[in-house]
Design a protein around this ligand. Structure first.
Ligand SMILES: Nc1ncnc2c1ncn2[C@@H]1O[C@H](COP(=O)(O)OP(=O)(O)OP(=O)(O)O)[C@@H](O)[C@H]1O
Length: 257
């Protein structure tokens, strides 16, 4: 029934990915496949290994064994900066947004990084104007069009996350890795950021670690449930939420709600 020629391509794959911490195996032999253009969520109860796995994908940690293939190339031993140039970008934590710079300046720095344009006094003004225009367009994309002159530190929490996403999309990622994008947010901010992620996924792939199962059910095309460092289940929200092993793994945690 399935036409193999029409199977969607995987932008990211792991083969037997394993991470040991001094004899404790936090990630065991994980084979993951992320389809190009999808939103793929990593979920699981506390201590399941989500953060460790995410840090392996973003190259913040080195695997003990196994391979990571991104866009057809083996990036197992690549450096974070190297993979960012090829379009695999981790959304930075809020602390990485410069608090005393304005939203526009923060986005402009990310754009400059992408364009390798350093902010030298002798740069033609035209290039800086182009950067300003692009920064404004990026801010508008995330709903911060009117907040270009506001310092990051003065933005409310939800808008700070939007700014963080703006600085990520400025790098023109093919694959965005989001670490708990709605963590600690009010219900209103959660829905703003959820809508924002839906919008920015156009033409991109997203892998996200997310505790909020409502967000996961709204956004994710594919879900991988981790438990004790292994894949417990995979599928869409309906499939994994009905899986008895998943229900059991979540029992006794507040995430099960
Ligand atoms: N640097 C480390 N050294 C030793 N053990 C670690 C280290 N980092 C993580 N672990 C262990 O690996 C396991 C998985 O942790 P991890 O933080 O990846 O889980 P998680 O699913 O992200 O959990 P949470 O949802 O609570 O953030 C835990 O038992 C944790 O104690």
């Amino acid at each position: 029934m399935t036409d193999h020629a029409r199977e969607p391509a995987a932008i990211l794959k792991t083969h037997g990915l394993t991470k040991d911490f001094k004899g404790f195996t936090a990630i065991k032999d994980i084979n993951l496949s992320v389809q190009t253009g999808s939103i793929h969520a990593l979920i699981g109860p506390n201590g399941a290994g989500k953060t460790t796995f995410f840090n392996l994908l973003t190259k913040f940690l080195t695997p003990t064994s196994g391979k990571i293939i991104y866009d057809g190339r083996d990036i197992t031993h690549a450096k974070p900066a190297g993979i960012a140039q090829h379009g695999l970008v981790r959304s930075f934590q809020i602390s990485a947004v410069f608090p005393h710079l304005t939203s526009r300046e923060n986005v402009r720095i990310a754009l400059q990084r992408k364009l390798h344009v350093s902010y030298h006094f002798w740069r033609p003004l035209q290039i800086l104007d182009q950067l300003n225009e692009k920064a404004q367009a990026t801010l508008e994309q995330v709903g911060l069009g009117k907040f270009g002159d506001v310092k990051a530190v003065e933005l409310p929490y939800g808008q700070k996350r939007a700014l963080e996403i703006a600085t990520t999309i400025a790098l023109e990622p093919k694959l965005m890795l989001l670490d708990e994008p709605t963590q600690g947010m009010s219900a209103e901010d959660v829905s703003t950021v959820t809508d924002l992620i839906k919008r920015v996924v156009e033409g991109r792939t997203i892998v996200m670690v997310e505790h909020n199962l409502n967000v996961v059910s709204t956004l994710a095309d594919q879900i991988t449930v981790l438990n004790r460092g292994e894949i417990l289940a995979e599928g869409n929200y309906d499939e994994v939420s009905k899986n008895p092993e998943v229900m059991e793994a979540y029992m006794g945690t507040t995430d099960a709600a």
